[in-house]
Design a protein around this ligand. Sequence first.
Ligand code: AMP
Length: 550
Amino acid sequence: MLKRLDENGIKAGPVPDLLAAAVAAHGGRPALNFMGRRWTYGELGELVDRAAAGLQQMGVGKGSKVGLCLPNTPYSVIFYFAILKTGATVVNFSPLYVERELRHQIADSGTTIMVVPDLKVIHSRVASVAAESGLRSIIVCPMRGILPFVKGWMFQLFKRKDQAVFSEGDGLHLRMDTAMRGAGKFTPVFIDAQTDVAVLQYTGGTTGVPKGAMLTHANLTANAHQVIRHVDCLRAAEEKVLGVLPLFHVFAMTNVMNIPVALGCEIILVPRFQLQDLLATIAKEKATIFPGVPTIYTAINNAPGLDPKGLSSLKLCISGGAPLPAEVRHRFEQLSGCKLVEGYGLSETAPVLTANPPLGEIKDGSVGLPVPQTVIEIRDLADPHRVLGTGERGEVCARGPQVMQGYWRRPEETRNAFVDGAFRTGDVGYVDADGYLYLVDRIKDVILCGGYNVYPRMIEEALYLHPAVAEAVVIGVDDKYRGQAPKAFVTLREGESATPEELLAFLTKQVSKIEMPKAVEIREQLPKTLVGKLSKKELVDEERKKARPA
Ligand code: AMP
């Protein structure tokens, strides 16, 4: 068992206090940068107060659930803090959700108000499910209001067909300006950081049914401070944090929004990932901190015509959400001259549990040391009440101020998510003698192969060692003899070639016989989740359909 409890406690207050402190200490410093247009902390604070007053006028307060369905724009930050200031709960929605997902999440969470941009693709889907899911109001935010002058003018003029069509008189829609107009002054609300739920963060968890992890104000502020203390190299009011990961995902909510706000730093908001635009933004805006997922760093490593000088402002990159192959880390560090550290966490833990220390030893293949005040326990897979020792593999369980209260309206799933008071992550791992955590795999991804546990992650790591492989995913498929057997899917680096036979021959030297995939398939693209993690679900479904046609 590994412990790391600090003497002096981590601050765990209301989330809006982070912004209030930044406004007081760094009011004149840039807070948001969207396509070159900037807002200072002072301006952001005023916008948040106005939005909060408008929401109060609409009856929003403690107990209300307000949804955010926005790409990364200043509205995401303004409304996040405004909703929290009223004492209400933020429900994060992906703007890429299809109607079925929107319907489920609105109804399950009890969201009654949704904030959307005036972009037809997003607005039309939300509007189409409003009546049946229980949504009472849609607040529509004008893109023109946040774009730099010329871009806003061009958007209005040439992108008419992309703009949302709605009428304010229909009892459902409200323009943002109307909602804020004449709202008067914001009335302060007392927030109990320990018990008030700040965010319902929807996640599949280990059982796959999307459910809302209840994250309190204390969970979120504690995690922001835990990470700041753990990395120990962020300069208040100095850093420029690149926000390309979507803010509706917990990784970015903490690392791209809460942490920079806690430090009074600039957030560079990037509404969608496009490799060349992203590289141009890093170079132009001189980003210093860049939280990302492994697929983004892989894409940068393989970017055609990459000029490494453009990455020279970067000081620290933080990878999370999925395994970071050692090869990808080394290559990126070589190109950028900047440290790339891997961390680990979940929606249920607000999210960070462990990270490699940028100023300490970074270990290949490890997700690092627990952040302050966090306890990691490895528990026996067969008997979860038994805590295992150094080097032994079992389920990773965690305790700390960032662990959620439970799943919204799901007492049974909540009970199952804890053992002896520790949160069960559903990940399998071990801790080495220095206290570093290594993830072996997820419980549900483990392949049961002729009586052996085969960990896909080991085979994926081996595939990344091949110079032609850009991305690799391994899943378990039905096998007549072994019950299940591994199958690999890869994409190749631009300009490189390899055949499945060559990759299999390469693997014979890298993995054991039992781990040898029964096939390697080369694809143009691999499925990814909304945050950009390689996703296995679609490949598993495809293979299942092939093996057992309906
Ligand atoms: P989510 O709640 O959607 O962010 O997913 C959390 C899950 O992502 C964890 O339970 C892990 O399985 C996986 N994960 C997060 N970070 C890492 C990492 N650094 N390496 C491997 N898996 C990770």
